[in-house]
Design a protein around this ligand. Structure first.
Ligand code: ASP
Length: 304
């Protein structure tokens, strides 16, 4: 019987020293929540949903409440969840009135023949399935209003420089359950001052999130446009085989992202054997994993 494990990330960027404790504690709390689900025998899907919901609830991260504002000064959120056993996926994009988009994505996965809903249609579907709608202002932090104003003054758009200088706190999780099934979830507020309606890689199937029991589960973070062009999460999971472990594939995929499109970001990977991989080419990436035997967390990927 496989030994369950959960691995989470809280974004890849130049996390300032002062923000490090909040990031590390946040990913540890999320891994603990996912682990509690796995420990009581819940599915990997439940575990990644729980872990990502904790990160969405944490103001530290660019997901749920506290996310970046778009050019209109509104929070617009994207999330995807995927089950490696059935290849079922559920995603929502451009939602403005949902506290936990990963839970709306889960409802799409469970209750809809479709895979992806956007904007008002996504909100309508969510509310029809018991998810309450909130006012967009409940997702907006004063900290983000200040950040957005200075970005707007600088005519600051989504360019690679922000990955070394400014916040990039998309969140994600991959998990393996006691049944031997893997799953992945990713949730984001996207890039600072993004154009309204812009969707990045995070919630697109195979770009910022993917899970297939035959290969691996992945969640990515970073500059979304290059990742979309490379269908990055799917590229990485397809490289995982019995002989090529996630620990090799993760750095190789970040190298590929950089070489092909000068992309910047990070990735977490997990296969059915419970083998993990994590890598980033940004100064830092918050991550944590937990299994029966042990747990670990950090702000830079360990040497693998
Ligand atoms: N990948 C996200 C996006 O482009 C941003 C991030 O990971 O921080 O929307």
């Amino acid at each position: 019987m496989p030994s369950p494990i959960i691995l989470v990330h809280g974004g890849a960027w130049a996390i300032p020293d002062a923000a490090c404790p909040a990031h590390q504690q946040g990913v540890e709390r999320a891994a603990a929540a996912g682990w509690r689900a796995l420990e009581r025998g819940a599915s990997s899907l439940d575990a990644v949903e729980e872990a990502v919901a904790v990160l969405e609830d944490d103001d530290t991260f660019d997901a749920g409440r506290g996310a970046f504002l778009n050019r209109d000064g509104r929070v617009q959120l994207d999330a995807l969840i995927m089950d490696g056993a059935s290849l079922k996926a559920g995603g929502v994009g451009c939602v403005e009135r949902i506290l936990n988009p990963v839970r709306a994505a889960r409802v799409v996965l469970e209750k809809s023949p479709h895979i992806y809903f956007v904007a008002e249609g996504a909100e309508r579907f969510a509310t029809e399935h018991g998810i309450p709608l909130i006012d967009n202002s409940e997702l907006v932090l004063q900290r983000e209003v200040e950040r957005w104003k200075s970005a707007a003054e600088q005519r600051y758009l989504s360019v690679p420089a922000e990955f070394s200088g400014d916040s990039h706190d998309t969140v994600g999780a991959v998990a393996l359950d006691v049944q031997g099934n893997i799953a992945a979830a990713t949730s984001t507020g996207g890039t600072l001052n993004k154009a309204p309606g812009r969707v990045g890689d995070s919630s697109l199937i195979g770009c910022g999130c993917y899970a297939d029991n035959e290969t691996a589960a992945a969640s990515t973070t970073g500059w979304g446009e290059p990742m979309m062009k490379l269908v990055f999460a799917k590229w990485a999971t397809d490289k995982v085989t019995a002989d090529v472990a996630p620990a090799q594939v993760a750095p190789a995929s970040i190298h590929y992202l950089k070489r092909r499109l000068n992309g910047q970001g990070g990735i977490i990977l997990l296969d059915r054997e419970g083998r993990i991989g994590l890598a980033h080419n940004t100064p830092r990436m918050a991550w944590a994993w937990r299994s029966q035997q042990s747990s670990e967390s950090g702000l830079t990927a360990p040497q693998q």
